[in-house]
Design a protein around this ligand. Structure first.
Ligand code: ATP
Length: 455
């Protein structure tokens, strides 16, 4: 794994994974842009999550709600009142910082001075105006989590899919938080993507499902290539619990800057549906909620056995896509010493996450038959639907191998004179991890590649 953030940042920029946002204007703190390979990696990680959450289960539906929502969503969700971080100012160096790590001693992160203000609450939501009139009433917020769109669509999903408990709703999308001190590359940023599941169950079955999801989510991260020794659980208690949570287990990963939260798995009880439902008094809610004077829908489900309407409990595994990508890159990063004494950098991604699946390189740039066969193979492999297959005609295969090791391409295929002269058109297939090369007849290449990526 990567030992420092710097080596990752540098590789990400050099090879086109991630760039500083607004770089040509001096940058924008807490905002990053995903480059040609970063977007592929991100899409692959999202697809893996969606596959495991929606396609491989029969009790989860997908959703994509709007980022801009009615301001009442945030009034009743509790975010307007309580989605804050404690902030202090330093009198000496005038910097401003998040203070949640300053429980006993308050010391400036920047200059080390203890001459700092008392912590005060800072709301992390971005406020914005909607429509042409800017007045007291026209504001709302950019969503700070995707979850609220799931709760507000609960009735729509139940009515349109006839779901009964337990079932979940999954969503991937952007969230925005005006973090006081964004830092550690894409670990803490102001605009990021979340992959969230809200899993609804009967009250009383919530603890069982909470435990289930903690285990399932850890397993999923292992399946993305993270190793057991780099994952830990943290049981969040007392004051550290979010305003909606009865209990939370954070899944931590050993990032280059230390063990930190990758995903939170929270038992949100009936807090959210109870907050957004009309006729709250009818349901005997267990959570303490603000009285709702605006909702037009009952967010409850009929318990067929007892023939009554009830507000389900909710278990939420909430993962950060950007943090996930950082974890996957940290883990995949490998510096290897080769037998000849030189070193190589390899990103040992799991094949399903690799931004480029196969690179096809003609050995000779200007030999039309070689070029034609290489292009034909590219088109054939691209049709398999595995992801990006790159045809790359630089004429320097050695350099190509090094570059593809660095971006984690699992397979490189070279087309050479043998391929056009010998029967069966043999091509050379080189494996990223073992660096072994084998010869495969061109006609068998698609089967070889499918077998490699599907198994
Ligand atoms: P932290 O304590 O690190 O601020 P959090 O506990 O506030 O995180 P949650 O509200 O539980 O985070 O959000 C769920 C997930 O969303 C987190 O586990 C993380 O992966 C991701 N996430 C939250 N805030 C950010 C951010 N500023 N930048 C990138 N990812 C984030």
């Amino acid at each position: 794994p990567a030992k420092t953030m710097d080596e990752l940042v540098s590789l990400c920029k050099r090879r086109g994974f991630i760039f500083q946002g607004s770089e040509i204007y001096g940058g924008m703190q807490g905002a990053y842009d995903y480059g040609p390979l970063g977007i592929e990696l991100k899409n692959n990680l999202k697809a893996a999550w969606w596959r495991s959450m929606v396609y491989e289960r029969d009790d989860v539906e997908g959703l994509d709600a709007a980022i801009i929502q009615n301001k009442h969503v945030y009034k009743y969700s509790g975010h307007e009142d309580t989605f804050t971080d404690p902030m202090v100012d330093c009198h000496e160096c005038k910097s401003r910082m998040r203070a949640d790590h300053m429980k006993d001693i308050k010391v400036c992160d920047n200059c080390g001075s203890t001459n700092v203000t008392e912590p005060r609450d800072f709301n992390l939501m971005f406020k914005t105006n909607v429509g042409p009139m800017v007045n007291e009433e026209s504001y709302t917020y950019l969503r700070p989590e995707t979850a609220q769109g799931i709760f507000t669509n609960f009735k729509n999903v139940v009515d349109s899919t006839s779901r009964t408990l337990p079932f979940g709703i999954a969503q991937i999308g952007k969230s925005f938080r005006n973090e006081i001190t964004p830092r550690n590359f894409i670990f803490r940023v102001r605009e990021f993507e979340q992959m969230e599941l809200e899993f609804f169950c009967k009250p009383g079955e919530d603890e069982k499902w909470h435990e289930f999801w903690v285990g399932a989510r850890k397993q999923w991260w292992l399946d993305q290539g993270l190793s057991e020794e780099n994952i830990e659980f943290e049981y969040v208690t007392g004051d550290d619990l979010a305003h909606y949570s009865k209990s939370t287990v954070d899944i931590l990963y050993k990032f280059p800057h230390g063990f930190e939260e990758l995903e939170g798995v929270a038992n949100r009880t009936d807090y959210d549906l109870g907050s957004h439902t009309k006729a709250q008094e009818e349901f005997g809610l267990s959570a303490k909620v603000k009285k709702n004077e605006h909702s037009t829908a009952k967010l409850a489900i009929r318990d067929l056995e007892e023939n009554k309407w009830e507000v389900p409990f909710c278990i939420e595994p909430s993962a950060g896509l950007d943090r996930g990508l950082l974890a996957v890159m940290t883990e995949a990063y490998t510096e290897e010493e080769l037998p000849n004494g030189s070193t190589r950098t390899v990103l040992k991604f799991k094949p399903h996450l690799a931004p480029i699946k196969v690179a096809i390189m003609p050995l000779k740039k200007n030999k039309p038959e070689i070029v034609a066969l290489a292009k034909e193979l590219k088109n054939k492999l691209q049709k398999l639907g595995l992801g990006r297959i790159l045809y790359e005609n630089t004429g320097n295969v050695g350099k190509g191998y090094r570059r593809h090791d660095e971006v984690g391409t699992p397979i490189c295929v070279t087309v050479d004179f043998d391929s056009i002269e010998q029967e069966g058109a043999p091509v050379t297939v080189r494996d990223r991890d073992t660096m072994e090369q084998i010869v495969v007849p061109a006609a068998e290449l698609p089967a070889y590649v499918i077998n490699y990526f599907i198994n």
